[in-house]
Each structure stands twice: as structure tokens, then as C-alpha cells.
Design a protein. Structure first.
Length: 710
């Protein structure tokens, strides 16, 4: 078999679970087959049926069951803030149950920064309806018109006589109440918020720092064994023969096989690992003739589907109006997700039902649904529970470990834990795609863009929008033809898919244009922008940074980049030092400014920004996957360099524009898109080197310095 994996064939899900014991409020969900492609859950995709996700018990405890998962981005804190405000209960009374397909409301997956900007809108609406139902019930009990009732901390009382009161817990009496409102109430105005907009420590902070938090591999299970899987040496080979006769002779070792899935089991993981090494296997050799050095020529010459986007005006006319034509070509290599916690899953079968504990971003759609289809099971016979995740970044959407552990456990007839080694994590990853960007643009002597011809090869279109006011423009995308995979291994979503590469290319090219006409790169951007939100973000960035113009390369090492992602407008300014002898780049200060609409938890948003800056340094400066054909040569952190603590800027400042009266937008991805472009422009300002390929390694920086001086 070829080991290259393909996407799941998604379908509409109409399965939902109703909870018992307490008040139940229903939430409509979107069409999962469309949600992977849509930036937001669209109104037309919401069916009439509702998923239960709120339970209020007699003691006043509010259990909020959501299909979202917690992987460090903070919904375990920000969702209760919104629930508390809409229900008028204390935030301390709310307990979150997340990512359990048997008890939680359906959700397609935690990706695309949609938890706050989309899912929470439905959650708030459901809580508003729950509050209205409870007030109605309280009015009937107290014999008071609902218009004369108020609520505080889960207590409903007569506005004119507060002694006449009843609490939510008494009203529910531990029973499910299925009353609904014919006329749906409006959610609260931002001026009525008590918790939303206030900075709060992450609810899981203490248990994560203390080590009490349980991840998949931490969950105890009597009788559990560890599985180690036989992996091929390459993604482009097939298994010819295998001999595990010697392995089966080892004490306490069991070998199970399902087709080409061969696993070694033992109660100790290191013994299973040693046993695995005794298996003898032969494979075919059928490699694509491409590696990390030739990948860009390979992509430019590969057969592709072509799509024109953002077409306006006439490129020929734009060229005639220009005083200068600027051309550039940018490159970006494959990037790994490299989460702290590797892909892990534990499976336990009870008759025909399997329960999976797994580090997955999509317990419903991409784990439960997919596994039920693959094994031919009813959905109710597949339960997936997603404990805390140690990072995902899009890499834990596809879940190859879930069907593997389910099949192994069924054959073994005992609970099985499968935890990828770091080497497996790299080999099995769905890498961020390598890509090429070609840009040809025209500008006048006064610094006005007249023409923009943008072509992106094998990278998602996210972030390829021009964003600047250009009368004559065309964006052309080249992508894989259906059924004709181009990449030598699987690729997939990686934090702000496509936008990191596209923003790096666009913002580098914009700086090149500004330098050509001798205009301040910040002023150049403002001069060619009509988007008021982007202008406001850049102005706020300038003020916070204390920016003043010096003609580049000035030696100061200051660079800017801006863009949009997940509904948020963002700009980053960074200061770096470049060692012209070694080519080493050291970021020393970063400022991020963003308009993200209503900010639920400013501290949480700031933490996400700081994470984006740190992670963005990695893809910009050091992270690159080395490979030959389908053989992934990068196998651990000795050859895949993540940012070190000593390399992180000493100062990271965040400016969140006050937009509490606006709809909330995403905060987990926007800042990362600007890091490549901002660092590239800072390198140019520091030493005159223009680097066209990420990561901008010391060798590439030195080559840029040599070219600039020669």
C-alpha cells in the first residue's frame, strides 16, 4: 500500500444527544461538510433541530457541555465568561465539559479561530433563551410578570421587592425543562457585561502548572498495554514482506496485524519499542524525484488547477501608468506542527462499543464520524473524549492515531495506549505545504500602486488578498488537481493556513516597492490603504512602538507587516539585531496591534499574541523539513529548530483596539501571519539583505548581505 493519506469524505451529521437532569437548552449546528471550507458558520447552514449543551443543577451548578476542545487557546475560560454574562450567574458556578461526543453538544472541530467569533454567538443566544425561560418559570412561581423580575447570580427576584425570589436551581429541581421561547430574546449589549472584557487567569492554569492536568497518556486504565506500530521508511513505498516470528518469542510481547497495520504490544512502552526493532520488513522503492533543495522548481513545473481571484481593472493599463515595475519570487519550505504532546490515543472496547481518549481537535466530525464509517459502527457505539491537548495548531485535525488504536485494541481485546514517538510525529505529520509566490507590480514615483499581479503555487488562498487599494489587480492560484497529489507526503492545515506564506511574500514585496521610490514603508502602506480598520491598526502600532522614519537600510533593524486573518485586522512591528559575520538574527522587541472586535478576555488574547510571535519566529527563521522523495529526514528537534527562550524578544507588547461594541473575531491565529514579513523587512532595514526564502537561516541572510554589498 502507499502510505500517503487522503482527506476524509465528509457528510452532514444529524446525530445529537439530549442530556438529562437539569434544564436543557438547544443549540443549532452547522453543516460539517461545509464548515471545513467556510471561515464562519453561515446562517443558512444551521438546521432547525437543537443540540443540548446546558444543564443547571439544584445546587446552582451550571454544566456547560461543548464540543470544543481546550489545547491552550483558552475557551475553557472565555466561554464561561460569556455564559455567566448571558445567564446572569457567577462564573465560579460554571463547570466546563468539553470534547466528549457522548455528553457534549456537537461541534465540527476546534479550528479556524471560530470558537469565539462563531460558536460563542450560538452559545450566547442559547444562554439568553435559557435565561428567558427561567425568568418565565420564576414569574409563574412568584406570580409576578416577567417584566418586573431581575436576575443576579442565578437568583430571580421581584425588582420592587427583592425578598420575593427564587433561584435557578430550585426552578429546575434537577429535571430537564424543554420549554422554549417563541420569540427568541436578544443577547446582551456590551454595556451590560460583567465578565466579558475583563482579564481572567486561564481556568486551567493552576492544574497545568502543578502537573495535575491529565492529557491522554496520563489517564489511568487497568490492564492497559502500550502499542508500537511498524512504520515504513518512506511515504512512497509499499510493504512487500514482513517477518515477526522472533518478536513473538519475546516474553510478554504480542503482535497484532490488520492488513498492513502491524503493532507490537507490551505492558511497558520501552519493551514494546525494543520488540518492534526485531521485526524484519521489506518495502518497494518508488520515490518521487524531489527533495527539499529541488521542491520549488518541482512545484512550478507540476500540473495544477488554476483559479483567478480578485480580478479588477486591466493589468496592461496598470503597467502603462507605472513609473517602475517590481518583480519578485518568494519560497517557503514545508513546516511541521511539532506540538509538545505528540499524537496520542487510548482505546477500550466493551462489546461492540469503543471509547477513545485522544488528542484530537475534532472529536465529532474527524474522529467519531470518521471512525464509525471506517469500522462500520453506529455513531452511538463510538465515543470519543478529548482531554487537554498539548498543542494542535491544525495538526490534530486528521487523527491517524484514532483508527490505528481502535483496530489494535479490538484485535488485542484489551485497552491499548498508542503514543507517537517524536520520530513518528514528524513522519506522520500533515505538513504545512511548501509554496512559491510570484509577484509583479507597478508603482508611480509618488508611491501609488497601479498594478498588482499575484500568483501563488500550492498554498491556500487565505491571505492572498491584495488588501491595498490597487485599481488593476489579479490573483491567480495554482493547486493540486483532484486525484493527482503533488506533494511527496500529506499536507494540511497549519495555524492560519496559507496566510503566513502569503503575508510574508506580499509584505516583503510592499517594502521593496517603498524602498524603490524612497518612501517610509509605514507611510507607503497608509498611502495605499483605504481600509479604515487597517489604517487604525497601523496608527496604533506606530504610537505604541514609538516609530519614526529613517531611510532604509537604516541599521536599526525595524520591520513592519500587516494583514487580516480570522476576521481580525493585525499589524506587527519588530526590531532585530543581525550579526553580519554569522548571519544570526535576534529579535529583541515586537509590538502587535489588532482590531479583533469584542475582546472577551484581554489577558487570554495577549497570551495568544505572544504565542503567535514566538511560534512565528520559528517558521520565519529556523523551521524547515528536510526530505528526499517520501523519506522525511527531519525526525526530531536536533534537526528541527524551534525558537529557544534565549531567542524570544525581551519585549512583546500588545495593543487591542477597543471595539467591544463590535462582533468578536478570532485571536488565536492573526498575529502569526505577520511574523515572516515583519522579520524579513527588519533584516533588510538592519543590513540591506533581502531574503526571499523562509526560513531565513543564517546562510540565507549571509547570501543576502553578500548580494546587497556586491
Amino acid at each position: 500500500m502507499k502510505t500517503q493519506r487522503s482527506r476524509f469524505d465528509l457528510k452532514r451529521r444529524d446525530f445529537f444527544t439530549l442530556l438529562g437532569g437539569g434544564i436543557v437548552v438547544y443549540l443549532s449546528s452547522g453543516n460539517p461538510s461545509e464548515l471545513l471550507a467556510l471561515p464562519l458558520i453561515q446562517e443558512r447552514d444551521i438546521p432547525k433541530d437543537y443540540n443540548a449543551f446546558l444543564t443547571i443543577y439544584e445546587d446552582g451548578t451550571v454544566i456547560c457541555h461543548v464540543g470544543k476542545i481546550e489545547m491552550g487557546q483558552g475557551p475553557i475560560t472565555s466561554l464561561p465568561q460569556q455564559v455567566a454574562d448571558e445567564l446572569d450567574v457567577s462564573i465560579e458556578s460554571i463547570k466546563m465539559v468539553m470534547g466528549d461526543t457522548e455528553t457534549c453538544s456537537y461541534d465540527p472541530g476546534t479550528w479556524g479561530s471560530m470558537t469565539t467569533r462563531s460558536y460563542s454567538n450560538f452559545l450566547r443566544a442559547a444562554c439568553a433563551e435559557a435565561r428567558a425561560v427561567l425568568i418565565q418559570l420564576a414569574g409563574e412561581h412568584l406570580k409576578i410578570s416577567p417584566e418586573n423580575l431581575k436576575v443576579k447570580n442565578g437568583m430571580v427576584f421581584d425588582a420592587s421587592n427583592p425578598e420575593k425570589k427564587v433561584d435557578y436551581g430550585w426552578l429546575t429541581k434537577g429535571q430537564r425543562i424543554e420549554r422554549s421561547m417563541d420569540e427568541k430574546p436578544e443577547v446582551k449589549d456590551h454595556t451590560q457585561f460583567k465578565y466579558v472584557g475583563q482579564s481572567r487567569l486561564h481556568a486551567d492554569a493552576r492544574i497545568k502548572v502543578s502537573g495535575e492536568a491529565q492529557y491522554t497518556a496520563d489517564i489511568p486504565m487497568p490492564g492497559r498495554v502500550y502499542a508500537k506500530i511498524l512504520r515504513p521508511p518512506s511515504h512512497q513505498v509499499e510493504l512487500l514482506s514482513v517477518d515477526y516470528s522472533e518478536t513473538e518469542k519475546m516474553e510478554g510481547v504480542e503482535v497484532v496485524r490488520d492488513g498492513d497495520l502491524i503493532a507490537v504490544l507490551h505492558e511497558l512502552p520501552d519493551v514494546a519499542e525494543r520488540a518492534l526493532s526485531t521485526i524484519k520488513a521489506e518495502y518497494t522503492s518508488d520515490e518521487k524525484e524531489v527533495d527539499d533543495k529541488t521542491i520549488f522548481d518541482y512545484l512550478l513545473n507540476a500540473p495544477a488547477e488554476t483559479e483567478e481571484r480578485e480580478k479588477a481593472g486591466d493589468l496592461g493599463e496598470g503597467e502603462e501608468q507605472a513609473d517602475f515595475i517590481i518583480e519578485s519570487e518568494f519560497y517557503d519550505g514545508y513546516k511541521a506542527h511539532a506540538p509538545i504532546e505528540p499524537h496520542t490515543a487510548m482505546a477500550k472496547w466493551e462489546g461492540e462499543k469503543v471509547t477513545i481518549w485522544a488528542s484530537v481537535q475534532s472529536p465529532f466530525l474527524m474522529a467519531q464520524d470518521a471512525l464509525a464509517r471506517e469500522l462500520g459502527l453506529e455513531l452511538e457505539n463510538v465515543r470519543v473524549i478529548a482531554p487537554f491537548l498539548g498543542g494542535g495548531f491544525g495538526g490534530k485535525i486528521y487523527n491517524p492515531q484514532v483508527p490505528e488504536v481502535a483496530k489494535i485494541a479490538r484485535l488485542a481485546k484489551k485497552p491499548v495506549l498508542l503514543a507517537y514517538t517524536r520520530e513518528e510525529e514528524f513522519f506522520m505529520d500533515y505538513f504545512r505545504t511548501a509554496a512559491v509566490i510570484q509577484i509583479r507590480s507597478g508603482i508611480t514615483k509618488k508611491g501609488m500602486i497601479t498594478m498588482w499581479d499575484y500568483q501563488h503555487y500550492f498554498v491556500e488562498s487565505r491571505g492572498s488578498d491584495t488588501i491595498y487599494n490597487v485599481p488593476n489587480k489579479l490573483t491567480t492560484g495554482y493547486s493540486e488537481k483532484r486525484g493527482s497529489p503533488i506533494h511527496p507526503f500529506s499536507t494540511g492545515a497549519w495555524r492560519a493556513p496559507g496566510n503566513n506564506t502569503n503575508t510574508f511574500a506580499r509584505e516583503s514585496h510592499i517594502d521593496m516597492m517603498a524602498a524603490k521610490v524612497g518612501v517610509d514603508p509605514v507611510e507607503f502602506r497608509l498611502r495605499n490603504l483605504t481600509d479604515e480598520k487597517m489604517i487604525a491598526v497601523i496608527e496604533a502600532l506606530k504610537e505604541k512602538f514609538g516609530y519614526s522614519y529613517m531611510k532604509g537600510p537604516s541599521g536599526r533593524g525595524i520591520g513592519i507587516a500587516c494583514g487580516t486573518d480570522a476576521g481580525t485586522w493585525v499589524a506587527v512591528m519588530i526590531e532585530v539585531k543581525v550579526d553580519t559575520e554569522t548571519g544570526e538574527v535576534q529579535p529583541i522587541r515586537a509590538v502587535v496591534s489588532q482590531d479583533m472586535g469584542m475582546c472577551v478576555n484581554p489577558q487570554g488574547a495577549t497570551l495568544q499574541v505572544e504565542g503567535c510571535v514566538t511560534m512565528g519566529m520559528g517558521y520565519a527563521l529556523s523551521e524547515d523539513v528536510e526530505f528526499k522523495g517520501g523519506d522525511v529526514l527531519t525526525s526530531n528537534f536536533d534537526t528541527y529548530q524551534l525558537p529557544l527562550f534565549s531567542q524570544v524578544p525581551e519585549v512583546i507588547d500588545t495593543v487591542i483596539l477597543d471595539r467591544q461594541d463590535q462582533p468578536p473575531q478570532g485571536g488565536g491565529e492573526p498575529a502569526i501571519i505577520c511574523m515572516g514579513g515583519a522579520i524579513a523587512n527588519a533584516i533588510y532595514d538592519a543590513c540591506g539583505a533581502r531574503v526571499y526564502q523562509m526560513p531565513m537561516t543564517p546562510e540565507r541572510v549571509l547570501a543576502g548581505i553578500k548580494k546587497a554589498s556586491g
